[in-house]
Design a protein around this ligand. Sequence first.
Ligand SMILES: N[C@@H](CCC(=O)N[C@@H](CS)C(=O)NCC(=O)O)C(=O)O
Length: 213
Amino acid sequence: MTIPTLYIGNKNYSSWSMRPWLVLRKAQLPFEETLIPLYQEGTKEKLLALSPAGTVPVLQVQGEMIPDSLAICEWAAKCVPNLWPKDPVNRERARALCKQMQDDFGVLRNTAHMNLRRRTTTAMPQDCLDEAARLVAIFEDLLGAHEGPFLFDDWSIADAFATPYASRFNTYGMACDLKVDTYFSELLADEDYLDWEMAAMNEPWTIDMVDTV
Ligand SMILES: N[C@@H](CCC(=O)N[C@@H](CS)C(=O)NCC(=O)O)C(=O)O
């Protein structure tokens, strides 16, 4: 079997790419990675050559392309056990939460862009803070209902999906309660996350519209 290739965007900015990369790492599945710098001349053509979605991440497996971060994580979960919670109800709740983390919180995602190198004290607009508070309340409930330290006890794909949000709270200095703050610190101290972050720190590319918010 040929080793799968994960096509990703800039590690500093691409929250969608980070999630399946963390999951493949945690799954200890061998993979190669190819980084396509985003928002440069020719980027869109390169992305469209990978899949009709025209976005990263994309996983190439046996010559076939799997676009979409959650679909890639589902593929990994079929290859190895325990990437989703064991309990069937929690498993489906974790899936639903991942879907929500993809589709919901648009103001938060589009105002407080993931930007691992950045630290700013610029006040975020109220609608962004409101969405951040709504996300924190969801995490707080789950952390209170489980033994922790993760959303559904053991690390799962849901925690990979939460990690880019944790980094946003750091970058923009957004407040959250102690339990969620401790959880975010756990995610950002993860050794695979730190490998990703280190690579992000050394990337040469910048995206002005995201660096000046
Ligand atoms: N729902 C998709 C969204 C992927 C996505 O929007 N990726 C961004 C990178 S962070 C992208 O490729 N943007 C480039 C573009 O839209 O031209 C997923 O979960 O994979």
